[in-house]
Design a protein around this ligand. Structure first.
Ligand code: 5GP
Length: 193
């Protein structure tokens, strides 16, 4: 997605250890116009799949996911990282190792929001080693829901996430694919959509 790639070139910053900082438009301050374009693009790509729910993980997946859900005319669910006192129903849970925080945490969704009748589009901001997306797939599978696709805003294609998810039989669509962050330079592969 040309507009996203230009924005990454303009405002992304490469940190050591293969991490891209995009806190001025995605992960802290959020550009709502760009997030709407991204969400609508995912909706366009997956519009014929009969999606019934968009599922993401807090916090940075929420903005693109909400716009995709709005366009598809379905609810958006975000998996929660900390268990809230108000989550008193039965929970679907899985453990996710965080690439950026380097800790394992439990993520959960109330069982009442997902069922075997659902066809799910998973959306996340980054794909690195695939642990966050895999955790979301597992939550959907616990509910018997079918995952019909995974939409990623920024894929770091030099890490293993895509192959892990494809080996699980998932269709992965990324709007920006990064080939390398070496020498503090961002270089891109051709994106999917
Ligand atoms: P994975 O689970 O695929 O290893 O990592 C995905 C998660 O880690 C994303 O939800 C995102 O929060 C975070 N993440 C991974 N790589 C980066 C990165 O280069 N920059 C930022 N800002 N977050 C990242």
């Amino acid at each position: 997605m040309e507009k996203l790639v230009s924005r990454i070139k303009q405002d992304g910053r490469v940190l050591g250890e293969g991490v891209l900082k995009v806190d001025s438009f995605i992960t802290h301050q959020v550009d709502p116009v760009l997030m709407a374009d991204i969400g609508y693009r995912f909706a366009e790509v997956f519009e014929d799949q009969g999606i019934t729910k968009v599922v993401t993980i807090e916090a940075s997946g929420i903005a693109p996911a909400i716009f995709a859900a709005q366009k598809l005319g379905v609810p958006m669910i975000f998996a929660r990282k900390a268990k809230s006192l108000t989550m008193d129903e039965e929970l679907l849970t899985s453990s996710v190792y965080s690439f950026t925080k380097q800790v394992t945490s439990q993520v959960s969704i109330s069982r009442k929001f997902l069922s075997s009748a659902d066809k799910v589009l998973i959306i996340d901001d980054f794909l690195a080693n695939g642990q966050a997306a895999k955790g979301l797939v597992e939550l959907c599978q616990q509910a018997g829901a079918k995952v019909d696709g995974i939409g990623i805003v920024i894929e770091k294609s030099f890490q293993d996430g895509r192959s892990l998810l494809e080996e699980m039989g998932m269709r992965v669509v990324s709007l920006a694919r990064i080939a390398s962050l070496e020498n503090a330079q961002v270089s891109f592969l051709e994106e999917d959509a």
